[in-house]
Design a protein around this ligand. Sequence first.
Ligand code: NCD
Length: 307
Amino acid sequence: MRSVIDILDLDVHELDALTDTALDIIAHPDDYADACRRKKLATLFFEPSTRTRLSFEAAMYELGGNVLSMASAAASSAAKGESVADTVKTVSCYADIIAMRHPKEGAALVAANSATVPVINAGDGGHCHPTQTLADLLTVRREKGRFGDLTVGFCGDLKFGRTVHSFISALSRYPGVRFVLISPEELKLPSYIKKDVLQKKEIPYVQTEDLEDALPGLDILYMTRVQRERFFNEEDYLRLKDSYILTPDKLKNAGPDLSVMHPLPRVNEISVAIDNDPRACYFKQVSNGKYMRMALILKLLKEAGTL
Ligand code: NCD
């Protein structure tokens, strides 16, 4: 059974095909309106979510399918101590495909090993978030027209930010990509990603604490929030939370073609005064996420023989 736990579960040809499908859905939504008729998606969210859960659900409805939704751990048998494995075995009896978010790294893999239907990782702790990367890739394709030959700055919480980990893994497969990793010392990109991805593939990267200095050389700036829920103490969070705030004044140093991205939710990292700047792409990412999730649901249900 094909599941998507990590963005590397999809090869570059599949990423191209998914973005092609998403663009076709955008151009011809009616052609897809019945594609998943009588099929059910279960959304199991053991952690808070707005965009990911609602975009999965909107995606399934726009494909003509139905949705079973578990919006919180507290409202499910997880609160009684049921394991992830037992939960997904149960849900496999009711749904054709599962999207799951869980606070523990590796929970999605456990789920995929127990489910009898495809599982999509909608975020596992501070590990990875492949469908946000799909949203991000479609945004890059629409904004830049290419995945390679880009200088991409990641700014904020690169340690716990799972969207950063997945997006870096995905972009590292394209030629001519360079990274500028902007974070406080305590929130640097984990060394396993630097070793297993960046150094292994000889991707050029620099680490800095200085956003303003990095801005002029970037094609894309990917801002992130400091991940409060992954901190061991509140004091550290309070000290680090406002490390970077992108303001119109700072953006004056950036080029006219910069794309400012953010997986959202935004806390304080991007001034709302930037929202109307043509370089702001974060609400486009929100919309792109729905189309890529439609494309992924279709692909996995077809491969499972359900469609
Ligand atoms: C992200 C996540 O859940 O990791 N949100 C999202 O899915 N768009 C980013 C975040 O919570 O900071």
